[in-house]
Write a protein of this length. Structure first.
Lengths: 260, 270
């Protein structure tokens, strides 16, 4: 009765092991095929959504920063909403980068497996690192993000499946009231951020026990207007208990206006 | 029937896990005994060997090759100690010193900084800020050492067979994983693995004998046939020839010793 998240640079390997584990445990699966459903739900172009999950915003690629952040937020919201259902094996949706500190989620990274551990594709690695840093301010290859990292150069895939299946059975990975609430708070924060990112930028959202704190940055003269807009938009989100808006002064733009 | 190396940061419960694994599998635990044996064998102080394995090379080390010499001594001793198989090593740099052996299960144990600090405070009875700075300084030193000596980052996942975060697991759970992996077919020692370990041990012993005078010589060994890669100048050096003759006579297991002069040193040479 838990959530399992797999990640690997080798997509084929990730797909095979995640599917086998789901089959072994009798869990549901959530993977890249979910992108089409997300795109339909949020009226986005599925190809643009997939592109946002692999590349950073660029004018040349006709992917603005606003659209990129909104696309990522749509994926995060939809995935977190689905993970609340429990008994799921999830992969290919970047969930390991935004589902942190939820104790009943087991995060597994798979490395090697194709004998390529010694000859790593540094360019691909660099692009992936750039993407994960820009999207969620975390390095995807950092082992501290995971509960278990398995190198498949010598360990066989079926042994990896049985190890992961045995791990998920440990009491620490069972959902508890605290960890379920933690995941629910993350899902709520993602929902609020998603509705705000439709029209606004520079938004950070945190939630705890149903209380949502939105932090934004803007000019002093826009403060009242922006706070009112945030309260109005976020207030419509279902499940919101209490909303607090924190404001930081945009010092760069404030200084440039002052010097005019 | 295999070798397990457990790499960990300070206060990451690596020692407890290693002892539990050894007890479960009936293996021998090795850690600082390595330094004791190396110190006896090569007549170097334990403190110097510990520094060579822990602290990154300073300016003086770079000119005098002291790190390289001590690491060669430690590696030669470790390979002799693990030759009997069924060993759990949880000392410094095991995964790098035993590189090239297929039946070595390389484990890294990591933990959240907050929990490590708490453990350090409990173990050493020190204040929070002191515990944190000690852990961070130790991590930085190990990172620098691995980068300078082996050119790799210790946080690189591909250096290990398994990286386990100890925060959500108990010592017993972590040990259970490791025992499961150690019992898998991939890490069972075959005749070929044991022969490779013997060859590597011979090559490391020859390296240890030569490293003080001729640190740049590369050595490979297959079925007891030793190939030494040296420059023309070294190959014709009288002292070098004399050391090789005595090694050939005194070291059991060496069938043949051949010097390749002016040939580039292969990547797998020690």
């Amino acid at each position: 009765m838990s959530v399992l998240i797999f990640t690997s640079d080798n997509q084929e390997l990730e797909d095979n092991i995640a599917r086998e584990t789901a089959q072994h445990l009798g869990y549901k699966t959530l993977n890249h095929t979910f992108f089409d459903e997300i795109a339909q739900q949020y009226s986005l172009d599925p190809s643009k959504l997939r592109e946002a999950m692999t590349t950073t915003p660029s004018i040349l690629k006709r992917m603005s920063s606003k659209l990129w952040h909104y696309s990522l937020s749509c994926v995060e919201t939809a995935v977190l909403d689905r993970l609340l259902e429990d008994d799921i094996v999830c992969w290919g949706l970047g969930a390991h980068l935004y589902v942190l500190v939820v104790s009943h989620v087991l995060k597994v990274r798979l490395v090697g497996g194709d004998g390529s551990a010694a000859v790593t594709d540094t360019k691909k690695e660099r692009l992936r690192e750039k993407w994960s840093m820009m999207a969620w301010h975390r390095k995807e290859a950092d082992p501290r993000l995971y509960d278990l990292v398995i190198n498949l150069d010598q360990i066989k895939p079926d042994e990896a499946v049985s190890t992961v299946a045995a791990t998920v059975a440990y009491p620490r990975f069972k959902p508890m009231t605290y960890s379920i609430n933690n995941l629910a708070d993350r899902a709520l924060a993602a929902k609020v951020k998603n509705v705000l990112l439709k029209t606004l930028t520079d938004i950070q959202v945190h939630a705890q026990n149903g209380t949502v704190v939105v932090t934004t940055t803007c000019l002093k003269r826009e403060k009242t207007k922006k706070i009112a807009a945030i309260k109005e938009i976020a207030g419509q989100v279902e499940g919101l208990g209490y909303l607090e808006v924190h404001w930081n002064v945009d010092r760069v733009n404030e200084a440039s206006i002052g010097n005019r | 029937m295999s070798i397990v190396t457990i790499s960990r940061g300070s206060s990451s419960m690596g020692k407890a896990v290693a002892e539990k694994v050894a007890a479960t599998l009936g293996y021998q635990v090795l850690s600082r005994d390595l330094l004791l044996n190396a110190s006896d064998k090569f007549h170097v102080s334990q403190q110097s060997l510990l520094q060579a394995l822990h602290d990154a090379p300073g300016l003086k080390d770079r000119y005098k090759n002291t790190k390289q010499i001590y690491i060669a001594y430690v590696r030669a001793t470790l390979l002799e100690m693990v030759a009997g198989d069924n060993v759990v090593y949880h000392g410094l740099a095991g995964h790098l010193l035993l590189k090239g052996l297929d039946h070595v299960l390389k484990i890294r144990i990591i933990g959240n900084l907050e929990n490590r600090v708490m453990r350090k405070m409990r173990e050493d009875g020190i204040a929070r800020h002191e515990a944190q700075s000690l852990i961070l300084a130790d991590d930085a030193q190990r990172k620098k050492w691995t980068r300078q000596i082996y050119g790799v980052d210790p946080a690189d996942n591909t250096l290990y067979d398994m990286v386990i975060c100890i925060d959500k697991l108990s010592v017993d759970d972590a040990a259970q994983f490791i025992c499961g992996a150690a019992n898998s077919t991939a890490f069972q020692s075959t005749e070929a693995c044991l022969r490779k370990a013997r060859d590597l041990s011979l090559a490391c012993n020859v390296k240890a004998a030569l490293v003080t005078e001729f640190p740049e010589v590369g050595i490979t060994c297959e079925y007891g046939n030793m190939l030494l890669y040296a420059t023309e100048k070294i190959a014709h050096n009288g002292k070098f020839k004399k050391i090789l003759d005595s090694l050939k006579q005194d070291t059991p297991g060496i069938f043949n010793l051949e010097v390749h002069a002016g040939v580039p040193v292969p990547l797998d040479a020690v």
